[in-house]
Design a protein around this ligand. Structure first.
Ligand SMILES: Nc1ncnc2c1ncn2[C@@H]1O[C@H](COP(=O)(O)OP(=O)(O)OP(=O)(O)O)[C@@H](O)[C@H]1O
Length: 255
């Protein structure tokens, strides 16, 4: 299933936050979204997930969700949102409860998703016994348990230290190679955007408009080894963001 954003515009209390956004997230691809603080990235993600309705335009789901999909649009948050009293397996099972599945079916799906995310050995651990990186891996496993059509990831690595972020980026690449998941990935971190994005959309300052969409052709599995070539894309992203920041400063100076 592809996601298509068409002419999406939204206004909060008379102040536009997103304007005429057109974007496409083809099935099996990762779209990263970067932009200045407050430009509406999280708002866009909420609109993609149907948590809020845009004032104009639409988010279209094109095609069929994957077989066995229980929740087409599934969020992953930066704070992991795990229940501290539940084990790893219990947290993953949480996403499957209230979905008319029998106990045996839930157990089967939990076992399968823990194996796919290399977490089987930690199934009985509690969140407090895990590092931040491991907790986020559990949150990712929980999201995958519902066989989403598109993962909506809001700065999923930003609560982690730099080393853990690197490891988790490798992990996400490995997972993408195995699963080919579809994602919209919001981040402030340009290095993450060029490591993980097949495309990177740059939003302007508020109201967020699509300033540019950069295509990165390099296969994800080669990116860790070919950082110098990625640096060109990162510089381009930085240049666009710097222009936005400079324009915002200029507007303030003109007031
Ligand atoms: N429910 C709401 N009601 C009114 N204003 C809101 C609401 N949610 C967000 N905003 C405002 O809309 C703007 C965009 O917010 P949003 O969180 O989407 O931006 P962002 O790009 O994700 O920001 P950041 O990069 O800082 O996380 C901000 O000015 C914010 O204060």
């Amino acid at each position: 299933m592809d996601l298509r954003v068409v002419g999406l515009t939204h206004v909060y209390a008379g102040a536009p936050v997103l304007q005429d956004i057109d974007l496409e997230i083809p099935s099996g691809r990762i779209l990263c979204v970067v932009g200045p603080s407050g430009c509406g990235k999280s708002t866009l993600l909420r609109m993609l997930g149907g948590l809020e309705r845009p004032d104009a335009g639409a988010v279209l789901q094109v095609g069929e969700p994957p077989e066995g999909c229980l929740n087409p649009l599934t969020y992953i948050f930066q704070d992991f949102a795990l229940l501290p009293w539940r084990s790893v397996a219990g947290n993953v099972a949480l996403a499957l409860e209230d979905r008319r599945l029998g106990r045996a079916e839930i157990a089967r799906i939990v076992d399968d998703v823990l194996a796919r995310t290399r977490l089987s050995a930690y199934r009985d651990a509690l969140p407090r016994q895990l590092s931040g990186g491991m907790r986020q891996r559990v949150a990712i496993a929980r999201a995958l348990a519902v066989r989403p059509a598109c993962l909506l990831m809001d700065e999923p690595l930003s609560a982690l230290d730099a080393q853990t972020r690197e490891l988790l980026m490798d992990d996400l690449v490995g997972l993408w190679l195995r699963e080919g998941f579809t994602a919209c990935y919001v981040t402030h971190n340009l290095a993450e955007a060029v490591r993980l994005g097949h495309r990177v959309a740059v939003l302007s300052r508020r109201p967020g408009r699509v300033r540019e969409v950069i295509e990165i052709d390099m296969p994800l599995e080669e990116r860790a080894e070919r950082m110098p070539e990625l640096a060109v894309h990162e510089r381009r992203l930085w240049q666009l963001l710097r222009e936005e920041a400079a324009a915002a400063d200029q507007e303030l100076a003109d007031v």
